[in-house]
Ligand binder design. Structure first.
Ligand code: ZN
Length: 154
């Protein structure tokens, strides 16, 4: 499986776990590239019913974990956040979807989930993510949010 960090193909499975319902097998993998050696997660589903994200205009697109992770990674650039933390954010997002019989989530809810997780982890990453995913009406809104964060810290 292609390593999401260095793009190498070649990994070993370090842990496999079946979900409670037995429909998803989660595998922790480790990249075999000596310079990388990072761990990532793959999912194997017996039944390929995708999770969906409902967009603002009501259209739906397939939920893609890699897309979520890419967005979070971008917000976390040069911040002291472990890849494992990002993995956990994605895990919990999938858990939310997994618990829903309708198997879908609105883009807004998904964004709110990531924002609340980042808020606990790192304020800078939170503001970065929020600036992209929340609909800040104008620059004043954004400045207000930043001030609110600063006030929160003191
Ligand atoms: Zn790698």
């Amino acid at each position: 499986m292609k390593c999401p960090f260095c793009g190498d193909i070649g990994d070993k499975v370090v842990d496999s776990r079946e979900s409670r319902e037995g429909d998803v097998i989660r595998r922790r993998r480790q990249c075999l590239n000596d310079q990388c050696k990072k761990r990532f997660t793959s999912y194997e589903r017996i039944e390929e019913i995708p999770y969906m994200v409902v967009k603002k205009d009501g259209t739906r697109e397939r939920f893609e974990r890699s897309k979520l992770v890419a967005g979070v990674l971008k917000a976390c650039e040069k911040r002291p956040i472990k890849p494992a933390n990002i993995d956990e954010i994605a895990d919990r997002a999938e858990q939310i979807l997994n618990d829903r019989p309708e198997r879908e989530i609105t883009g807004r809810e998904l964004g709110a989930h990531v924002m609340s997780e980042l808020k606990k982890l790192d304020q800078v990453a939170y503001v970065r993510f929020a600036s992209v995913y929340r609909d800040f009406r104008d620059v004043d809104d954004f400045a207000h949010e930043v001030r609110a964060l600063k006030g929160h810290k003191e």
